[in-house]
Design a binder for this molecule. Structure first.
Ligand SMILES: [Zn+2]
Ligand SMILES: [Zn+2]
Ligand SMILES: [Zn+2]
Length: 301
């Protein structure tokens, strides 16, 4: 299978619209250094793709990576979807607002899977309408929301087996409910090949480390390098752990030497110093034998 990394940033992208920090300033000057919100696609034959998360930049990302309708096959309506299905990890905006993109023209009825509380949060019902419930006025049934329980495996494109599992990231309320939804990571298997996608991850628990053993690729949350990064750089006294992200410098130590084919970091906040090419933290990632994802990166397994 082939993975295309559509985007590699956290909620604000790089540059952030209102920021002049060194990472944002340099990205504003050099398009190569810009990062759109994290999202990937998986494909077997390059024709149809399974999308994981849909953020603010979805349309731009699909166009940039050639996942677009083709005149030859679109037919009389001029419309074609190259997306077979969508899997969402959780309810934060950088993973969901792109769903609005699917409301145009034709009812493709794209299956859209996510944690049950996320499907409720996004789509509601006719009795209790939520934001995406009535977006597709021209294209009714533009997506088909499907509640996916944890540890369920869905086969798409005949050969890809996609398994959901819950990870810590979103806020846990006093009544135990996750806000705005619970968070999944996804395991994507093709034959004996296995990729784990966890763009938002609050803890590298022992059970998760066991699960990662033998994976070909682990694409993982690298929102912040330091736990106190927001305080250091933006003067906001909130820690990485508090926001539900394992700091990257700790993740490297925990994952070093484990039986994982490739560890690739993604979902970078604009403040993360490891996105500075050849900078101190960039080199630390390289030295650990790990990788920094970039927009448009292809991963073949
Ligand atoms: Zn996120
Ligand atoms: Zn910035
Ligand atoms: Zn999140």
């Amino acid at each position: 299978m082939e993975i295309t990394v559509l985007g590699t940033a956290s909620i604000g992208g790089v540059p952030e619209w209102d920021c002049t920090c060194p990472n944002c300033a340099v990205a504003r000057l050099d398009p190569r250094l810009r990062r759109t919100r994290s999202s990937i696609t998986a494909t077997v034959n390059g024709d149809q793709h399974v999308l994981f998360d849909a953020g603010h930049d979805l349309k731009k990302q699909l166009e940039a990576n050639g996942i677009v309708p083709r005149v030859e096959t679109a037919g009389e309506t001029f419309r074609e979807s190259r997306l077979d299905s969508v899997f969402l990890t959780h309810g934060h905006a950088d993973h969901t607002v792109g769903v609005a993109e699917f409301c145009t023209g034709k009812s493709f009825e794209i299956p859209l899977y996510g944690p049950p509380d996320l499907i409720d949060f996004l789509f509601g019902s006719e009795d209790r309408p939520n934001y995406f419930g009535e977006l597709g006025r021209l294209a009714r049934n533009y997506v088909i929301p499907i509640k996916l329980e944890p540890e369920k495996t869905i086969t798409r494109l005949c050969e890809l087996e996609i398994t959901s599992f819950e990870v810590s990231h979103t806020k846990v309320l006093e009544n135990g409910r996750k806000y705005p939804s619970s968070t999944y990571a996804y395991e994507i298997k093709h034959g004996d090949r296995r990729i784990v996608y966890a763009p938002d991850l609050g803890k590298l628990d022992p059970w998760l480390l066991d699960r990662l053993e033998g994976a070909d690729v682990f694409l993982m949350d690298a929102t912040f390098w330091w736990d106190d990064e927001l305080d250091r750089i933006s003067g906001i006294p909130i820690t990485s752990y508090h926001l539900g992200h394992v700091p990257q410098e700790e993740a490297i130590e925990i994952l070093k030497g484990r039986d994982i084919g490739r560890v690739i970091f993604t979902h970078f906040n604009h403040t993360n110093p490891s996105i500075v090419e050849n900078g101190e933290q960039w080199k630390k990632v390289e030295k650990a034998g790990m990788e920094t994802a970039f927009n448009g990166m292809k991963i073949k397994v």
